[in-house]
Design a protein around this ligand. Structure first.
Ligand code: SAH
Length: 225
């Protein structure tokens, strides 16, 4: 899979992409992530990429020109399954959407800043808009990093134990059951006996029942879906 990220602040991805599972996925060639600095596509002599909003009002708006030039260039090189704008008024991101996007060959993620991007970018280039929640971030970079993390961990071969990502919360509309590790007794706080029983069938049943119970208590809305 290939992910192209369009941003004014490529440095913000240092860290999220250079540690842990994403770092490993890049190293193994399971995913290619390309960062494009939108400022490099400005034709202004001061490398300007934003301007005052028509009609007045607070804040600056990202101009269409530089963004259009990056997207046109990328589209001339390969086909993209999705060209996504990170936006608080987009479709709320969830596990289903992560699963769906993880099946893509090539995607573009556009990160806004300031008041956002000129509406014409959204009207003419964007296939789909994603929000990571009902709050406003100062830029799309952290949101894009969240989306990339959720997608990349689903790619085949990225997480060591093949079944691991499938037993996480929200797959099957259930929250994950509790997990324990050694020691089995910490100052009198004991691990449930069944997990030490060695009986796989009983353990599976217990986990299923715990997942159901936890979902009923914490997220009954998931069971209605
Ligand atoms: N004026 C806009 C907010 C702009 S915030 C509005 O009121 O809707 C600046 C940028 O941060 C946006 O262009 C978007 O790319 C990003 N962003 C902010 N909140 C986000 C969220 N919840 N999910 C995804 N991206 C977000």
């Amino acid at each position: 899979m290939r992910i192209d990220i369009l941003t004014l602040f490529p440095g913000m991805f240092q860290g999220p992409f250079t540690e842990s599972i994403i770092k490993r996925a890049i190293g193994k060639g399971e995913v290619e992530i390309h960062l494009h600095d939108i400022r490099d596509y400005s034709e202004d002599k001061h490398k300007r990429v934003d301007d005052y909003p028509f009609g007045g009002g607070a804040g600056m708006v990202m101009q269409i020109g530089p963004i259009a030039r990056v997207i046109d260039k990328l589209k001339s090189e390969r086909e993209y399954d999705h060209i996504i704008y990170m936006s608080p008024d987009g479709q709320r991101f969830d596990q289903k959407e992560a699963n769906r996007l993880s099946l893509s060959e090539n995607i573009i993620l556009l990160c806004g800043h300031y008041k956002g991007v000129d509406q014409r970018v959204r009207d003419h280039y964007i296939t789909h808009e994603i929000s990571i929640g009902d709050y406003v971030l100062s830029g799309g970079e952290l949101a894009a990093a969240v989306v990339v993390d959720a997608i990349v961990r689903l790619l085949p071969g990225v997480i060591g134990d093949e079944t691991s990502a499938l037993t996480d919360s929200f797959q099957d509309n259930l929250l994950a059951p509790p997990v324990y590790t050694r020691p089995s007794d910490y100052n009198g706080w004991k691990v449930p006996d069944v997990l030490l029983s060695g009986n796989d069938k009983l353990i599976d049943e217990w986990r299923e029942q715990q997942a159901l119970e936890r979902t009923r208590q914490l997220r009954p809305d998931l069971l209605d879906e």
